[in-house]
Design a protein around this ligand. Sequence first.
Ligand code: NAD
Length: 294
Amino acid sequence: METKIIDGKKISEEIKLEIANDTKSFQNKFLVKPGLAVVLVGNDPASSVYVRNKEKSAIDSGMRGKTINLPSTVSEQDLLNIIENLNLSNEIHGILVQLPLPSHISQEKIVEKINPIKDVDGLHPFNSGLLSAGTPRFIPATPAGIRELLIRSDFDTDGKHVAILGRSNIVGRPLANLLSMKSNGGNATVSLCHSRTNNLKDITQMADIIVAAIGIPNFVTQEMVKENAVVIDVGINRVESSLHKRGYRLVGDVEFETVKLKCKAITPVPGGVGPMTIAMLLSNTLQAAKLQCA
Ligand code: NAD
């Protein structure tokens, strides 16, 4: 049977259309336009692209999108004050601070400053606690997008063994909580693997679903994958390429061309998990507006 290439771009477009319709109904009912504020500190080129996409997607969905660009020298106190103003704003329902932050600013302090009801990134300890307890409110966008990709592509996780590679707070750890929850799109048995995992290949070879989120190009090779597994590639890595005008190309954490010959389904990079992340951020923003207006 031919390997299915899971088209995250197409699925995310469907979701964004649903969100745009839902946003219109919400606005008609409550006379409130959902608003997303994205705070970017510094001018890292990759982060700038992500932030621009987030603002544009919010506006395209009928929401208010606002980007706050700050110099990398901004003080921690000034950033805390800006977040406080956003917490108090009636026009902003979702706040996202693009990570990572410069080393003189405490990431924990900043995330904890965001009012949990506006924390559309789902990183505030209150929201990550709700997810750990199995009663999530805002689920971090990338894990939420991965679950949605699996559901909408008809890959049932119930009773399946999922190997997640990477234990970060934005991808691996919340995804492990999400996929092991007693719920639709959950009920999986999860192995949360990381840089200190022994015999990683033995674990991945047993997995029905592999999610790679480590940030190492082509790390997952064909021999690590079970025949007919589903492979979700979260990695976004720049590798030098003289064939591309910009001097690099994007690859994932999975060796796509060889792994696709063995697995049942696989996500491409780009065009797999990436677009889903933005769609789920918009979904969280609309949900935040609903919670604040109910
Ligand atoms: P991170 O650097 O915070 O975490 C990397 C994780 O990989 C760590 O938990 C580490 O233990 C694990 N790891 C490192 N080497 C390993 C090894 N040899 N074996 C097993 N585990 C190993 O990364 P992150 O922020 O979670 O991002 C991971 C990748 O996903 C990056 O390429 C990032 O760009 C990408 N990403 C993509 C999206 C998206 O929307 N598609 C969103 C977030 C992150």
